[in-house]
Design a protein around this ligand. Structure first.
Ligand SMILES: CC(C)(COP(=O)(O)OP(=O)(O)OC[C@H]1O[C@@H](n2cnc3c(N)ncnc32)[C@H](O)[C@@H]1OP(=O)(O)O)[C@@H](O)C(=O)NCCC(=O)NCCS
Length: 427
C-alpha cells in the first residue's frame, strides 16, 4: 500500500507535466500482431484519459515490407525505399485495413476488470495525410511508393482537441485521388513535426545501440547524428529528422517490455533510448575548465549582493561541488552542492541562471540534478541559505527552518550581516 501511495505521489508531477501535450506513437505491424499488444493499447488508453493528445501511426510490418522489390537506392529521397506496384498496393491496403481494425477494436474494449473499464476512447482516421509519388529514381519507377506532401494540421488538431485519438496508417492520398504507400516512419515524423508534438515514440523490438551493441539511453541530437553515421538505423534517422523539425524528444521503446510507455513517461528514470533536441545543452558536473564561465555568470550577482563572493582560488578548489548547464560551449546556469557526509546533509548554494535564459526551467533541472547527486552521495536532506530567493525554494519543496538546525560547522560560518533565511528539504 505504501509503495502504491509513493508511486502515485512521484507520478503526479509527470501527470501534470504531460497533460495536454501531443504525443505521436508509432508502431509496426509486428507489434500489433504480438500477443502483448492488447496491454500496450490499454496503456495508450490510460495516456489518453490522463489528458495526452495522442496520434497513433501504424506500419505494415517488416514481413510485408520485405515482399516489395528493393531497387537498392542508397542516396536521396528514395534511399532505402521499395517500389510498390498496383498489386503490391492492393495487398498493402488490405493488410493495413486489417491492422487498423485490430487497433480500433482494442481501443473499444470496455470489459470489467480490464484497465479499459469505464473508459470511452474515441479513435478517428481519415484523409489527414496528403501524398505525392516518390517518382522515378535511378531509372526505377517507384509506382505507388509515395512521400508525404502535407499533413492536415487543422483537421487533426480539431480531433485531438475534442479528446479523440487519431489513428494514421502508412498510406496517404494524393490530390489526384490515388493511394500511396508512405511507410510508418515518414508519416510519424511528418505528423509530429507538423503538429509540433512534444514527443514522438517508436515502439520497436530493439532499443538504439552503438556498433558494439551497447544500448544508448540519452542521445543529444549531435551524438545521435554521430551514432547514425556509425551504426545506421531507419528509426534513428527518423528520430533525428523529427528533432531537427522541432520535436523536443523522440523515444525508442521496446514494446515487449510490459508498461514501457508508462515507465518512460511517468517515472524519473526512463527505460528506452531517447534522442533530444537540446543538442548543445547539457547538465553536468563542472570541471576546472568551467571556472572562467562560472565566474562570468555569477560575477554580476556577487556584485549586487545576491550571491556571496567567491575568489577564483576558492572556486578552483571547490569546482567539484559545482554542476553547470552548458549551451553551445557557454555556461548558462550553475549550482553547487557542499556535502556534509557525516551529517548526511548538504548545502545547496550559488544557484544562478544567465538572465538571457531564465524562466525555462533550467534552475529547476539543475536542482533535480543536484538532488540526484546528493542522493547518490548518501545525503538525506538539503539546506539552502538565501536572502532574496526564498519563494523559489519554497515552491520546490524547501521549508523554513531555524539556524539551530544547521550542522554545527555551517552554523559557525553563518554571516549575521547577510541575515540569510535558512530552508531545508528532505530528499
Ligand atoms: C532564481 C533563478 C536561479 C531561477 O532560474 P531559472 O532558470 O529562471 O529558474 P526556473 O526557470 O526553474 O524558474 C523560474 C521561476 O522562478 C521564479 N523566480 C525567479 N526569481 C525568483 C525569486 N527571487 N523568488 C521567487 N521566484 C523567483 C520566476 O518568476 C519563474 O516563475 P514563474 O515563471 O512562475 O514566474 C534565477 O532567477 C537567478 O539566477 N536569480 C539570481 C540568483 C539567485 O537569486 N540565486 C539564488 C541564490 S540562493
Amino acid at each position: 500500500m505504501e509503495n502504491y501511495v509513493n508511486w502515485f505521489r512521484t507520478a503526479a508531477p509527470y501527470i501534470n507535466a504531460h497533460k495536454g501535450k501531443t504525443v505521436v506513437l508509432a508502431f509496426g505491424g509486428d507489434a500489433i500482431t504480438d500477443e502483448r499488444f492488447a496491454a500496450i493499447v490499454h496503456d495508450i488508453a490510460i495516456l489518453s484519459t490522463l489528458g495526452l493528445k495522442i496520434v497513433l501511426v501504424h506500419g505494415a510490418g517488416k514481413a510485408m515490407d520485405a515482399t516489395l522489390p528493393d531497387p537498392g537506392i542508397s542516396e536521396g529521397a528514395a534511399r532505402g525505399r521499395r517500389a510498390v506496384s498496383p498489386d503490391d498496393l492492393e495487398r498493402l491496403t488490405g493488410h493495413a485495413g486489417l491492422l487498423r481494425a485490430r487497433v480500433e477494436a482494442l481501443l473499444s474494449m470496455g470489459i470489467a476488470n480490464s484497465p479499459m473499464h469505464g473508459a470511452r476512447i474515441r479513435v478517428c482516421g481519415g484523409n489527414f495525410v496528403i501524398a505525392q509519388p516518390l517518382g522515378v529514381h535511378g531509372g526505377t519507377d517507384f509506382g505507388h511508393a509515395g512521400r508525404v506532401r502535407r499533413i492536415d494540421r487543422e483537421g487533426m488538431s480539431a480531433e485531438l482537441g475534442s479528446g479523440n485519438i487519431v489513428l494514421l496508417s502508412p498510406l496517404g492520398y494524393s490530390t489526384t485521388g490515388e493511394i500511396f504507400y508512405l511507410g510508418r516512419d515518414e508519416v510519424a515524423v511528418a505528423a509530429a513535426t507538423t503538429l509540433g508534438a512534444d514527443k514522438l515514440v517508436f515502439l520497436e523490438d530493439t532499443l538504439l545501440t552503438d556498433a558494439s551493441g551497447t544500448v544508448q539511453r540519452d542521445l543529444p541530437l549531435r551524438l545521435a547524428q554521430m551514432l547514425a553515421a556509425e551504426s545506421p538505423s531507419p528509426v534513428l534517422d527518423a528520430a533525428i529528422v523529427a528533432c531537427q523539425g522541432g520535436v523536443e524528444r523522440c523515444y525508442v521503446l521496446d514494446y515487449r517490455h510490459d508498461g514501457a510507455l508508462l515507465c518512460e513517461l511517468y517515472t524519473r528514470d526512463g527505460i528506452g533510448s531517447m534522442v533530444n533536441r537540446d543538442s548543445y545543452e547539457s547538465i553536468r558536473v563542472a570541471g576546472i575548465e568551467d571556472v572562467g564561465g562560472i565566474m562570468e555568470l555569477i560575477g554580476p550577482l556577487e556584485r549586487d549582493g545576491t550571491l556571496v563572493r567567491r575568489s577564483r582560488e576558492r572556486l578552483e578548489l571547490e569546482i567539484d561541488c559545482f554542476s553547470v548547464v552548458e549551451r553551445d560551449g557557454a555556461i548558462i546556469a550553475c549550482a553547487a552542492l557542499y556535502a556534509d557526509t557525516p551529517n548526511r546533509s548538504g548545502e545547496l548554494a550559488c544557484v544562478a541562471t544567465d538572465p538571457g535564459y531564465r524562466r525555462s526551467g533550467r534552475a529547476n533541472r539543475l536542482l533535480e540534478h543536484i538532488e540526484n547527486r546528493a542522493r547518490e552521495a548518501g545525503l538525506d536532506r538539503l539546506f539552502v541559505l538565501t536572502t532574496r530567493t526564498a519563494h523559489w525554494f519554497v515552491e520546490r519543496g524547501f521549508r523554513p527552518t531555524e539556524l539551530a538546525n544547521l550542522p554545527e560547522k555551517r552554523r559557525e560560518l553563518y554571516n549575521y550581516q547577510r541575515n540569510s533565511q535558512v530552508f531545508i528539504k528532505d530528499i
